[in-house]
Design a protein around this ligand. Structure first.
Ligand code: AMP
Length: 189
């Protein structure tokens, strides 16, 4: 199995690049943000809870997020591997993911981290608001909160995988195709 983490701040291009990588490597794409949004649309209890955090640019609590992610992985027993997009976002989530995969005789092969300067992230997110319909993209204060939460709680997750020799930094500025090329070079055949 090939399990990859596509990592980076909000607006780094994780969703865009995942779409290509899942096809190219035949992987299952698990985006915790997408799953939460599907739950909000479906008006589930989980969606209602997630929305109260997402609207403010805050993280959904670890226990809820980890449980949801594990149950999504379990829905794909025949997967050739997963792309984790937007997860793990805290060191507690990273520890839980490592332990969960280890329990299945699996591991994370690589963390691919898209590196994009903060000013460009803000420009991209505001532009994306026009098409994403996401309330959290449209409000500069919520964008700033998401970037602050990323720097405080999520950036340390990179150190966790760096220490394990699994971190690969990827320049996330340029055309979509150029960045896809950098990712496939980093992942290999
Ligand atoms: P995203 O689509 O990855 O930008 O996520 C949108 C929002 O969903 C985030 O701002 C968080 O509120 C929530 N979310 C997504 N993934 C996670 C996660 N792994 N842990 C906690 N909250 C998350």
């Amino acid at each position: 199995m090939r399990n990859l983490i596509l990592f980076g701040p909000p607006g780094a291009g994780k969703g865009t690049q995942s779409a290509f990588l899942v096809d190219h490597y035949n992987l299952v794409h698990l985006s915790t943000g997408d799953i939460f949004r599907a739950n909000i649309k479906g008006e589930t209890e989980l969606g209602q809870l997630a929305k109260s955090y997402m609207d403010q640019g805050q993280l959904v609590p670890d226990d809820v997020t980890i449980k949801m992610l594990e149950s999504e992985v379990n829905k794909h027993p025949d997967a050739a591997g997963f792309i984790f997009d937007g997860f793990p976002r805290t060191t507690a989530q990273a520890g839980a993911l490592d332990a969960f995969l280890e329990g299945q005789g699996q591991t994370i092969a690589s963390m691919l981290a898209l590196e994009v300067p903060e000013a460009e992230l803000k420009t991209r997110l505001l532009a994306r608001a026009a098409t994403s319909g996401r309330a959290d993209d449209a409000d500069p204060a919520v964008i700033q909160k998401r970037i602050d939460v990323y720097n405080a709680e999520t950036a340390p997750v990179a150190d966790h995988y760096r220490a394990a020799g699994k971190y690969q930094g990827i320049d996330g500025v340029g055309s979509i195709e150029d960045i896809t090329g950098r990712l496939t070079t980093a992942i290999g055949a």
